[in-house]
Design a protein around this ligand. Structure first.
Ligand SMILES: [Mg+2]
Length: 280
């Protein structure tokens, strides 16, 4: 009888920044919500497009906020991209534009020297944040330009995020610049690419339609997940703005914060499209 996407969910994917914390500020009730998920035995995985930190650093951050989770509980674009490259990049050098802490995820691959402007078979673009400058972006362009066969790989296509000092450019704008200049489309590892959500569901041993994605990015988290066959829940924390509710499709669930997840989960016959009743 009940076929709402939320009612089918048996496992949950959690975005991290904007859902569990804003930069260095924990979101009220997030630790309790994560403890509830564990106590219920609900399969869960943290999925973040953050490429500026390694999983070890992210796990430490979770611990600091009272949230249990090891590196194996976190799926990031560098992990997914490195897995793909290890399987497919035999014989081709890989140029990675990521912060030093993230390079470890690419261990075992034939990594190109940081100054090289030729010779890459794969050009991987992550979040360099304030480390981006013209010379660095131009070096990525030259690597692509000098090898028309080189693949451009994007570690997520998040457009912006809420940094401690305000809204900030994420990976997508830099990838878009390189796509435009080099005249080729990027392969995307990370949200909102469907293969990333499917890989995450597989890690929970669940089908995509059995998984709920909880995020603060209506496009990369929620609509990306819904397009991949998952249920999508939008939290009104992090980068959320009221205008996010104007587009289509509407999220399967909208909650004030992740702290309301338990109520929504226990009330899954409630058929979405509005915030939960106050009485919950
Ligand atoms: Mg987020």
């Amino acid at each position: 009888m009940q076929t709402s996407p939320l009612a089918r969910a048996r496992g949950v994917l959690f975005d991290m920044d904007g859902v569990l914390y804003n930069a260095e500020q924990p979101i009220a009730g997030a630790a309790e919500a994560m403890a509830w998920v564990r106590a219920q035995g609900i399969p869960r995985l943290f999925v973040t497009n953050t490429t500026s930190r390694s999983r070890a650093v992210l796990a430490e951050k979770l611990a600091r906020f009272g949230i249990a989770g090891g590196e194996e509980d976190i799926l990031t674009p560098p992990v997914a991209a490195a897995e793909w490259l290890r399987a497919h990049a035999a014989g081709g050098a890989v140029a990675v534009f990521v912060r030093p802490a993230t390079r470890a995820e690419f261990a075992g691959l034939d990594l190109l020297d940081d100054e090289a402007e030729r010779g890459a078979a794969y050009v991987v673009i992550g979040d360099l944040g304030t480390h981006w400058d013209f010379r660095t972006l131009n070096r990525a362009f030259r690597l692509l330009h000098h090898n028309p066969e080189a693949r451009l790989i994007a570690l997520g296509m998040t457009r912006y995020w809420l940094a401690a000092d305000g809204i900030s450019l994420d990976v997508a704008p830099f990838v878009a610049a390189l796509e435009h200049a080099a005249g080729r489309k990027a392969m995307v590892f990370g949200k909102p690419a469907a293969n990333f959500f499917h890989a995450a569901a597989a890690r929970l041993s669940l089908a995509p339609e059995e998984v709920l994605m909880v995020g603060d990015d209506v496009e990369a988290d929620v609509r990306g997940a819904m397009a991949a066959g998952l249920a999508g829940a939008l939290v009104r924390t992090g980068k959320f703005r009221d205008a996010d509710l104007e587009g289509a499709p509407h999220p399967d669930l909208v909650i004030d914060s992740v702290a309301d997840l338990a109520a929504a989960w226990n009330y899954r016959y409630f058929t979405n499209r509005t915030a939960l009743p106050r009485s919950l």
